[in-house]
Design a protein around this ligand. Sequence first.
Ligand code: GDP
Length: 139
Amino acid sequence: MTDNITLTMIKPMAVKKGYIGPILAKIAEGGFRIVAMKYTKLSLEQAQKFYEVHKERPFFRDLTAFMSSGPIVAAILEKENAVQAYRDHIGATNPAEAKPGTIRALYGTDLGMNAVHGSDSIENANIEADFFFAKTERY
Ligand code: GDP
């Protein structure tokens, strides 16, 4: 288990709006190093697997339908204390409540379409990194 990584996804609406470049620039500005990255699309089954922890939540169906609706960018980011540092950098789950200048405040639309995912614990960061990337795809 690595305690200095986090997993991010640039969500479908942010990709559709052309925000991949600006979001990657903000990630670099925050001092995060890209360890692995891919442009891909989740099937509904893959989205359900990724968000398994939320399967009892009322928004699970909307969330997984949205996350499998178009291409995403997935990346492993490295920085000291990466999970918390990245959550601070992206802002609150609801873009309307995210601090000005954070990625979700700048590029999010609403609670569902909040521009990016960021792991919520070191354990989940490692599980989510393994979901997308083989060890041989990390540099
Ligand atoms: P996060 O860790 O900040 O991403 O937030 P959560 O783990 O609580 O929720 C996971 C994702 O589910 C969030 O990033 C939102 O995109 C989505 N989500 C959370 N609450 C709601 C909601 O009430 N409605 C919808 N449609 N999506 C939600």
